[in-house]
Design a protein around this ligand. Structure first.
Ligand code: SN0
Length: 315
């Protein structure tokens, strides 16, 4: 695996989930793989789970993690090509990336969508530069359009808790005070479409995601209708594609509460976190025994470890 962005990068999903199970059961069984190897984790944005789970996954594999907080610890990096660097950015990615690549064996990058220039974001301009200039395998730790480590952990969590072969999984938009990227819902949709689940997207009009990620998913504009008989409810806010990166609706009737959960098949509740309580989901639902947000977050170590393990095995 030269890079980890899309569900196809992990290959056969059944095999990947089986491997995730093994990694979870015996996390230290592959300590030899990472010996004398280094992963550099580059953060352009905030992180709690991704930062900690990636470091933990690396340590489990005997791999040394180094974390770089761009905008905090390092020079501010210019990401655009051909610009006169007369502003606050001291160094260009074209130098910074090969330098980072020369110090490590694997690279993970967190770089959120800017949400102003759709083309820049949807071309994955920053991550592509990491691939091109580093010469090292690159893992998206949530880039402009995808968050594959999250989606892999989500799928593994569903696999662990499902009680029927083909569960109904509903991803619902929910209100949020700020404009958020589409990366999490894009990846969740992409991975659910590839998995053996009955997948439905519930959203208000105007929140349609990019067709390459929606695929063949059923899109339902009536949240109560979508929730009927659901086995898993995955809540997430995202901003609109058109006008790009804008909040066009804050309808609080979409906050996931007992009213919607009542029509499900006693569904489990999932969210990638961080979550805004009583915006995205009520206290009652997130604090209920059907909420899986903590085991879901714990599985972030597992998904990251499978990806790093595969990359190390191919070296
Ligand atoms: C990010 C997102 O893509 O939605 C990261 C999720 C893993 N979430 C946020 O930025 C939430 C920030 C907030 O103010 O609630």
């Amino acid at each position: 695996m030269k890079s980890f962005f899309h569900v196809q990068d992990i290959g056969d999903l059944g095999k990947a989930l089986e491997e995730a199970k093994q990694v979870k059961a015996t996390p230290y069984a592959w300590q030899h793989l990472g010996k004398n190897k280094t992963i550099i984790l580059v953060f352009f944005n905030n992180s709690l789970r991704t930062r900690l789970s990636s470091q933990k996954a690396a340590l489990n594999l005997g791999l040394d993690p180094i974390v770089l907080n761009v905008n905090g610890d390092s020079w501010k990096l210019e990401t655009r090509m051909g610009v006169v660097m007369d502003g606050d950015k001291s160094e260009h990615l074209k130098e910074a990336i090969p330098v980072i690549g020369s110090y490590c064996d694997l690279i993970g990058v967190r770089s959120f969508a800017g949400l102003t220039d759709k083309e820049f974001d949807y071309n994955e301009t920053i991550l592509k530069q990491f691939i091109e200039y580093s010469g090292k395998p690159v893992i998206s730790l949530e880039s402009a359009t995808v968050h594959p480590c999250q989606a892999f952990a989500d799928l593994f969590t569903i696999e662990e808790y499902k009680t029927k072969k083909r569960p109904k999984v509903v991803m619902t938009w929910a209100p949020h005070p700020r404009a958020l990227p589409q990366a999490v819902p894009n990846s969740f949709a992409e991975w659910m479409n590839a998995a053996d689940v009955d997948f439905v997207i519930a959203q208000p009009e105007g929140y349609e995601l990019d067709p390459q990620f929606v695929g063949n998913a059923r899109v339902v504009y009536d949240q109560m209708e979508a929730f009927e008989g659901a086995d898993f409810v995955y809540a997430k806010n995202w901003s609109a594609m058109n006008p790009y990166g804008q909040v066009i609706n804050k309808d609080m009737s979409w906050t996931v509460g007992a009213r919607q959960m009542a029509v499900t098949n006693n569904a489990h509740f999932l969210h990638c976190l961080p979550v805004r309580r009583n915006m995205i989901v009520t206290d009652e639902v997130i604090d209920s025994p059907r909420s899986l947000v903590i085991p879901e977050a714990a599985n972030r170590v597992v998904s990251a470890q499978v990806v790093m393990k595969r990359m190390l095995e191919e070296m």
